[in-house]
Design a protein around this ligand. Structure first.
Ligand code: ZN
Length: 282
């Protein structure tokens, strides 16, 4: 088995999965080369090949072709492309947010009007977008590249999400053959999903590892002994898929029963026959 990136777990069900980047930033990173010998220079403009410092007028841009391979480019040729930072963020279209797949979205920034005179126009745009339930596709120059973004209504301001371009997003390729699924197998899998259905509440998720480190640091500062922290449990692969599905349903359903813990409220399981189903399948 190739090394899994993760084990997707639900109850006692464990699925080894491979994780691959879905999008890649294609920003061109020019490097500085010594025009005489074509070698890469360090940040102090020193050529290790010639063992000499290289003045700016003897440097050229290197377009990366591969590892340690560059094409020499005359800086004057690309100078024209190095647009002055105009700070213009041009709205290209207003689109329904649901049409934008999450794979295209990058990091997020709030947009606020800079001062009172700007507030009115900003508010008009924000309200009109809210009324039409649309987000804006924008293009702008930042760090010498033309970026794509999505601006949407968020609380009382606007949110800018950086976006990947289409050619930066890869197609999903699976390396396994198609498998067949029996109706009763799917039925059990759906039952498992239903058992864990709930409302999305972001506050219900915390970084326990960060909290534990903070506990250790706090104990250290107070001269206390370090708290005992349990190592996370490593997932185990179940030998039988149907048994794992059934056992997971049973485990989750029974955990939900008596002292109603602060889990998001689900529809109560249809009484009784869940357990016998699980046993029959196991
Ligand atoms: Zn050199």
């Amino acid at each position: 088995m190739p090394t899994p990136s993760f084990f997707l777990t639900l109850g006692v069900l464990t699925i080894p999965v491979k994780s691959e980047a879905a999008a890649r930033d294609k920003t061109i990173g020019f490097r500085n080369l010594h025009s005489k010998c074509g070698a890469l220079m360090n940040s102090q403009s020193f050529c290790a090949t010639c063992q000499e410092g290289v003045p700016k007028d003897q440097q050229v841009k290197g377009y990366p072709l591969g590892r340690d391979q560059f094409v020499k480019i005359d800086p004057q040729q690309i100078e024209a492309l190095d647009v002055e930072n105009t700070k213009a963020m041009e709205i290209k279209a207003f689109v329904p947010m649901k049409d934008v797949d999450a794979v295209y979205l990058g990091k997020s920034n709030f947009l606020h009007p800079v001062d009172q005179p700007a507030a009115k126009a900003f508010e008009l745009l924000r309200r009109a977008m809210a009324k039409r339930d649309r987000a804006a596709i924008v293009q702008y120059i930042e760090s010498s590249r033309e970026k794509l973004g999505l601006v949407r209504v968020y609380d009382h301001c606007l949110m800018l999400h950086e976006m990947f371009y289409q050619d930066e997003v890869r197609t999903a390729e699976t390396k396994v053959k198609a498998v067949t699924v029996a109706p009763q197998e799917l039925e059990l899998a759906v039952k498992l999903v239903k058992a864990v259905e709930g409302k999305f509440e972001i506050g219900g998720y915390t970084d326990t590892r960060r909290a534990q480190i903070e506990q250790i640091v706090a104990a250290q500062l107070e001269g206390q002994p370090a708290p005992v922290i349990q190592a996370p449990v490593k997932p185990l692969m179940a030998a039988d898929l149907m048994a794992a599905l059934a056992a997971s349903v049973e485990q989750i359903e029974s955990a939900k029963k008596p002292p109603a813990k602060a889990k998001p409220a689900n529809k109560p399981p249809k009484s009784g026959d869940d357990k016998s189903d699980a046993r029959a399948a196991a």
